[in-house]
Design a protein around this ligand. Structure first.
Ligand code: FMN
Length: 510
């Protein structure tokens, strides 16, 4: 059936990535509990007035994404690249645990779910880890994507479907025909499935096949009760809905966005819930956005997908890219890539691609470093930016690019905004004198055999070619090392040994 949310929470727990709250809490404490424990997922066992557990923040850092893909953190992009190549068709099953409770008509009541207010000024509580499942009206292929749902009534929510998502295109089509669009909303999937749902496939590809490829096994699907749609059998909760053909006509928002700021009040379509099905003891899943630590939220579901776009575009351009990372500090708006330069121009080309080639208009800032820099070590990256770049030569600013409208720094004077973006080339120029950039690393010699004695003859033999001090000294230890120091000092004093302009020791020319 595929992993369940319960099983995923167990894995998080085993890896010290789950905070469990066993005592009863008020619904109004949920946001703070989740936010205070931002580095982990949270499972709340009992909420006053609700008969349901709540989990949140289950894909909120790179460790969790790596764990879901079963790889190390620095291998996430490469692994996703490999899994995205696969298409695994789904299979249909007759029954599933998400059918243990079925409610239709008057029984439908969204307030049975622990819908907590996430941010102080949100318009209402939101259903946030909600995977919308819909079918292309012409091709019949399935599309999956996460869309936040604002509670409007016990059986209606607002939905914010922004361009250029396929669900928006499907809805436009239904609107033109004056018909409702059928949408199933799945709540309570493990992180691997949320990641699969966030992959954007070409319009004619069935995203259940993509999800199967990401999982590495067919997705088991079960038929909805009231509509002709299939949903994942491992779901906790399914809302069978339709989007009536009323267009963008109902108020929705504001809502605390991924940027850590509020989005505007908008006019949006709605979802009407026809039926609710769920497990007998379901876990309600909530996704986090914004808040005090906006880089530690379920926005991390998008990071590897954008990183993959960037990784692929650099490779396509013939750049030897070694790693790409979206930085949580800028909510994904900073990308750092390490490359091995092969030709003059590689680093600036990489910058231009990083700033322009993701479908989602991420990132706004980019840094390119050489592959001796650890892109997961912020100090290492800032060191490279400091000592391997000259702002007047290595900062690149591009203007009038595609923007993420939620960025509050954008101009409010124009209706259609564009953004400027900035890149930093922090690589050592290919033609630069390499020794100026040599990093002074601590001496490290694995203990192995050392020479027993140091003599003039032996030192002079080593100096058949110029050598740095360490190249010679590391051959000796203890007493022999002290002897070597004296031998070298004497040979210097007597003018037998001199130094070249790189500081290496050489035999003196007579
Ligand atoms: C936690 C989370 C919440 C999201 N909420 C929304 C949303 O409310 N509206 C929206 O248009 N996109 C939202 N997205 C982005 C889409 O789900 C995502 O781009 C998806 O891939 C779109 O599917 P498509 O590209 O196959 O059409 C959200 C993403 C995440 C990770």
């Amino acid at each position: 059936m595929g992993q369940t949310l319960e099983e995923w929470l167990k894995t998080l727990k085993e890896n010290d990535l789950l905070h469990v709250v066993n005592h009863e809490v008020s619904i109004h404490q949920v946001a703070k509990i989740v936010s205070d424990n931002y580095a982990k997922a949270t499972l709340i066992q009992k909420i006053e007035g609700y008969d349901m557990r709540l989990a949140a923040n289950t894909a909120s850092n790179r460790k969790m994404i790596a764990l879901a893909l079963n790889v190390d953190e620095d291998q996430v992009v490469q692994e996703l690249d490999r899994r995205c190549e696969r298409r695994v068709p789904p299979v249909v099953v007759d029954d599933a645990p998400c059918k243990q409770v079925v409610k239709t008509g008057d029984e439908v009541d969204l307030t049975e779910f622990p819908l907590h207010l996430q941010h102080e000024l949100d318009a209402a509580p939101y259903i946030t880890a909600s995977v919308a499942v819909a079918r292309d009206p012409h091709l019949g292929v399935y599309n999956l994507g996460i869309y936040r749902l604002m509670l409007r009534t016990h059986n209606e929510t607002g939905v914010d479907v922004t361009a250029p998502h396929k669900l928006r295109a499907y809805y436009r089509n239904a609107l033109e025909m004056g018909k409702p669009l059928q949408v199933a909303v799945v709540v309570g999937l493990p992180t691997i499935d949320l990641l699969g749902a966030e992959m954007s496939a070409p319009f004619d590809v069935d995203e259940y096949e993509v999800l199967g490829g990401i999982r590495g096994e067919p997705v088991e699907l079960v038929r909805c009760e009231t509509m002709d749609l299939l949903v994942p059998a491992n779901a906790e909760i399914v809302l069978e809905c339709e989007m009536p053909p009323i267009g963008w006509s109902r108020d929705e928002g504001p809502y605390g966005e991924f940027t850590g700021t509020y989005g505007a009040l908008k006019m949006n379509p709605v979802l009407r819930v026809k039926a609710i099905t769920h497990r007998s003891n379901p876990i309600f899943l909530s996704a986090t956005h914004g808040g005090r630590k906006p880089g530690w939220t379920d926005l991390h579901l998008l990071f590897p997908i954008i990183e993959l776009d960037l990784y692929r575009s650099l490779r396509q351009a013939g750049i030897d890219v070694r790693g790409v990372r979206l930085h949580p500090g800028g909510c994904g708006m900073w990308a750092i890539a390490s490359i091995r330069q092969r030709a003059v121009g590689d680093s600036k080309t990489a910058l231009a691609l990083l700033l322009t080639s993701s479908r989602q208009a991420f990132p706004k800032y980019a840094v390119v470093v050489d592959d001796d820099i650890n892109i997961y070590d912020d100090e290492d990256v800032i060191w490279a930016m400091t000592f391997r770049s000259q702002p007047s030569e290595d900062a690149v600013i591009l203007k009038d690019l595609k923007a993420i409208p939620l960025d509050p720094s954008l101009s409010t004077e124009r209706e259609h905004v564009s953004t400027s973006k900035m890149g930093f080339d922090a690589t050592v120029p290919l033609e630069a004198a390499k020794e100026r950039f040599e990093r002074c690393m601590p001496v490290e010699r694995p203990p192995s055999s050392f020479k027993a004695e140091a003599s003039d003859e032996e030192v002079l033999e080593m100096l058949e070619k110029p050598r740095y001090f360490g190249e010679m000294a590391l051959n000796y230890s203890g007493h022999a090392y002290r002897q070597f120091l004296k031998v070298l000092g004497r040979l210097r004093e007597t003018g037998v040994v001199a130094r070249d302009n790189l500081g290496r020791y050489v035999r003196a020319v007579k």
